[in-house]
Design a binder for this molecule. Sequence first.
Ligand code: NAD
Length: 481
Amino acid sequence: MAAGMEFVPHVIDGAEVASAAGATFDSVDPWTRAPWAQVALGGAVEAGRAVAAARRAFDEGPWPRMGHGERGALLHRLADLIGEHAEELALADTTDMGKPISDARGKDVPRAAQNFRFFADHARLSVADALPMDSGHHAYTRYEPAGVVAAIAPWNFPLMLETWKVAPALAWGNTVVLKPAEDTPASAAVLARLAVQAGFPPGVLNVVHGYGPDSAGAALTGDPRVDRITFTGESATGRAISAAAAANLTPVSLELGGKGANLVFDDADLATAVDWSIKAIFTNAGQVCLAGSRLYVQRGVYGEFCDRFVAAAEAMTLGDPKDPATQVGPLASETHYKKVRSYLEGIEGTVLTGGLGEGWAVRPTVVADAPPDARICREEVFGPLVTVAPFGTEEQGVALANDTPYGLNAMLFTENLSRAHRVAAALRAGTVWANCFFIRDLRAPFGGVGASGVGREGGNFSREFFTEPKAVVMAIDGQSR
Ligand code: NAD
């Protein structure tokens, strides 16, 4: 291994291991554009071992048989350890994918710890149904763990999204094989190491690195020993995983791409609207499934809004993601940078501000007058690029917002309470934010409509997916009627 390079191992059955054939791949720091770590490259062999370990831990081990209190205490201990190793975890994500360190430290890592705390408590406090029946019986529900969960994660919020899957799966008594994205392997390996340190039994949380097709990802999603697949990533990948899951009748939860609409009405508080709209598209350099990448502004405030929005975009600090002052870092990889650059090169419309930056960075880019059928208006760019267009009536604004195959989320800004409720009801999306963005309650359903996904996670929705709800029917007086 090259001097100064870190090694990122798989974590299988409680041990940090290399690949059977010693194969590795590099993780590249997108700011320096140089490899910083060598990563164990897994394939069918490593995925198979990890599933076997998870299967054993589920079928024979203590994890699914513990009470919620005991398991919850271990999950809280892991959350404590995430807090104690916050800097290591934040640096892992920032170095792997160029996320500003202030976001990794201030948002992603605390949210990862909170995911474990929330789902541990949610499972412990969850109430099952009791159904008194007229026939002299009563029925009740038991939420049995589903078994082995394969969790396949994307690179844009590595640790945060991995824990959003792993925490509820573990809290409900399942065992897990996590495959992080190939561009962001490091924090997942730290997480699995911390789980061992917290006292999790071997095989409860396994991490396998590798690619998707013909690699660790495809091996996991096609393995009949897997009982649930939870996937977050591109819509096209979701289709492939859905097909693989169907062959084994494995239930699958898909959190996919987005093309979030953002409606700013004449009666909006413009300072609030500008502030949230900037965050909605330029956070994480626009590499956010929930990004507000289609901005529609009512005609009366269109000019003023655009002036203020462009000024705010130009005031953002670009640069080294490890500098705490940086708000916009580079794109996550060369491949992704080239994809976003291709959208900028063929742009249709008027570029109000933005363009290419240093290295793999793209400046916050605002495009007006793009034809509605332009690629940048229809496709998920997944970069710091927003289209802005005026609209007339409320109905016209809603129709523009809903004119997309995606339906992950939408935003609206208005000071009119009735309009806020009316428009929220009319928008075709899994989440609607009114006068805010990205505020989450982990009890609420999270997921997408149409090409943005299948199923919901969060609170009871995660319980439904990660368990096998069982009906038990008992005769009360021994007579059957
Ligand atoms: P991706 O689909 O390219 O990869 C995601 C994961 O799937 C990676 O771990 C990859 O190795 C794996 N994979 C790829 N092909 C596979 C296959 N055939 N079988 C099994 N595994 C396979 O997505 P990405 O580029 O990492 O992430 C960006 C995408 O994720 C964007 O579209 C974004 O909108 C979406 N996303 C959605 C949400 C959400 O909650 N809806 C959240 C974050 C990101």
